[in-house]
Design a protein around this ligand. Structure first.
Ligand code: FE2
Ligand code: FE2
Length: 192
């Protein structure tokens, strides 16, 4: 099976480009979140950026047999406002779009006989679903004002120093490091 002349090579390059862009968008969002003190949001964008980088590398490695060539692609990629408030929903929608897109690309690669590429598209698709879920959960908390407020007392942890506190909301200032309230995240994640 030769990649040259296949549709799959374009899909792999398109996915590589998309993953690189997602990584960059998330690093930009992480920087904004950090500058506003929202450390759990910053951490989510950072962690996801790292995973997008791993996806990009995995797609790129499969293009190895075409080393030395240029691959032209026609593809659409999102432009967002850069507003931190909107960035979580934007990211959720982008992730769910990729979840569906990669499942479709997997089928095309399979039809062309590139089973390794097909399996990779499917594996990445499943991760993008979890990314969408994670961003969606954070977006719901941000929109509902519950990033720093829980219905019942629970554990929180300062993301700067690790100091644990218990209550319906973390303190305005971390007793250990003096960091702000926005630096606290729910211990063990989750709702409530
Ligand atoms: Fe990805
Ligand atoms: Fe993702």
């Amino acid at each position: 099976m030769r990649l040259q002349g296949s549709k799959t090579k374009e899909l792999l390059m398109r996915a590589f480009a998309g993953e690189c862009q997602a990584r960059t968008r998330y690093l930009m969002a992480a920087g904004r979140a950090e500058s506003e003190g929202w450390l759990p949001v910053c951490r989510a964008f950072h962690q996801t950026a790292k995973e997008e980088e791993a996806h990009a590398c995995a797609f790129y490695r499969l293009l190895g047999p075409l080393a030395g060539s240029q691959i032209e692609i026609i593809a659409a990629y999102p432009v967002h406002s850069g507003d931190l408030g909107a960035s979580l929903r934007d990211a959720q929608e982008d992730e769910y779009r990729e979840w569906e897109l990669y499942a479709a690309l997997s089928q095309i690669a399979r039809d062309e006989g590139f089973l390794q590429a097909a399996a990779l598209f499917l594996a990445v698709s499943s991760v993008e679903k979890t990314h969408g879920d994670r961003f969606g959960q954070l977006a719901a908390q941000a929109e509902g004002g519950t990033l720093l407020r829980a219905r019942e007392a629970r554990g929180w942890r300062c993301q700067r120093c690790g100091f644990p506190v218990y209550g319906c909301a973390p303190p305005q200032t971390c007793p250990l490091c003096g960091g702000g309230q926005r630096g606290f995240a729910r211990s063990g994640g989750g709702e409530g």
